[in-house]
Write a protein that binds this ligand. Sequence first.
Ligand SMILES: Nc1ncnc2c1ncn2[C@@H]1O[C@H](COP(=O)(O)OP(=O)(O)OP(=O)(O)O)[C@@H](O)[C@H]1O
Ligand SMILES: [Mg+2]
Length: 362
Amino acid sequence: MASVTFDKATRLYPGGDKPAVDQLELEIEDGEFLVLVGPSGCGKSTSLRMLAGLEDVNGGSIRIGDRDVTHLPPKDRDIAMVFQNYALYPHMSVADNMGFALKIAGVDKGTIRKKVEEAADILDLRPYLDRKPKALSGGQRQRVAMGRAIVRQPQVFLMDEPLSNLDAKLRVSTRTQIAGLQRRLGITTVYVTHDQVEAMTMGDRVAVLKDGLLQQVDTPRNMYDRPANLFVAGFIGSPAMNLVEVPITDGGVKFGDSVVPVSREALSAAADAGDRTVTVGVRPEHFDLAETGGLTIDVNVVEELGADGYVYGSTPAEKGAQDLVVRVNGRHVPEKGSSLHVVPRADEIHVFSTSSGERLSD
Ligand SMILES: Nc1ncnc2c1ncn2[C@@H]1O[C@H](COP(=O)(O)OP(=O)(O)OP(=O)(O)O)[C@@H](O)[C@H]1O
Ligand SMILES: [Mg+2]
C-alpha cells in the first residue's frame, strides 16, 4: 500500500492553449479514499490518467509512495483502474475476466482460481463466475470490474465514474458497497465523479477541480462548513447555497432591511480590495423566518419532503429579483404566492469577496 503525491503535475494536450490540469498539488494518504469532483471538462479524468500513466505529464511529477512514477509505463505502477464502461471482455467468463491480468503476469492457474474466488466472495459474485458479462445486470458487471481490480491487489485503485451506467437506486447502494469495500481492503483509492453528493458521501477527503485548477481539498464536513471560495460554495450542497451580493455597512452587511454582523477582518479585507459589497452565502437551512425585516421573498414553489420543506422564492422585481431557497419545517410550510421575511443566522453565514470570490470570513 502507498500514498500518492501530485507535485505540481501539469497536462497540456497537444495543440491546447491552456493546461487541462494545471500544477495539481495533492497528497493522498496511504489507505485514504480521495474523491476528485468537478464539472464536466475540469480535468478529473486527465488527472487520473496521468496517475495511471495513460497520459503524459508535461510539468511537475507524480509519486506513489516514494517512487517517482512520472515517466513509468502503466504496467510498472502497481495500480488498477475501474472505468465507467467496465471494459469487460465479452467472450470471456466472469472468472476469466477477473483473472486475466494475473494470467498475463504468468501466475499459475491454481493461484489465479483462489484469488478470483476470494474476490468473488467479497463481491457476492460466486454464482456468476462461469457466465459471460452479457448475461449479467449492470450492477453485477460493475462488481466484476471491481473484482478484476481487487484480484491484482494493487497499491492504488483508480476509479473513473464507475457508477454512471447504473440507475439511481443501484448507484446509491453500490456507492455504499464500494466505500465499505475500500475501507475493509484499506487500499489507497482515487475516485472520480462529477456528482457532489457521491463525492461527499464516499470520500475521506474531497478535492474540487475547476478549469484544471484545484479549488479546495478537505473533508466533506469542512468542505460544507467552510468552502474556500464562491465556486466551491455553489458547487457543494444540495439545494445549493444561496449567494447574495450585499452592501457593506457599519459593522456588518445590509441584508434587505436587516443588518447582519460580520467580522471586522472580513469587512476590512473587502475594503482593502476596493469592494463596496461582499457576497454572502447562506445555506437553505440557515435562515430564520421573521415577522418583519430581513429579505422579503415571494414564494414561487414549495417542495414538501415530509420532515422538511424547501421554499423556492424570489425577492420582488424592484429589489433585483434574487432567487432564494429556504428550508422550513415540513409541518408548517407557507402557501405558494404568499410572502416571507427571512433573516440569515449571523453565525452561519459565509462571506466571500465579490471581486475575487475568495472566502473572507473564518
Ligand atoms: N485527448 C485529448 N486531447 C485534447 N484535449 C483533451 C483530451 N482529453 C481531454 N481534453 C480536454 O481536457 C479538458 C479536461 O478533460 P477531462 O476529460 O480530464 O475532463 P473531466 O473532468 O474528466 O470531464 P467529464 O466529467 O466530462 O468526464 C477538457 O477541456 C477536454 O476537452
Ligand atoms: Mg472524465
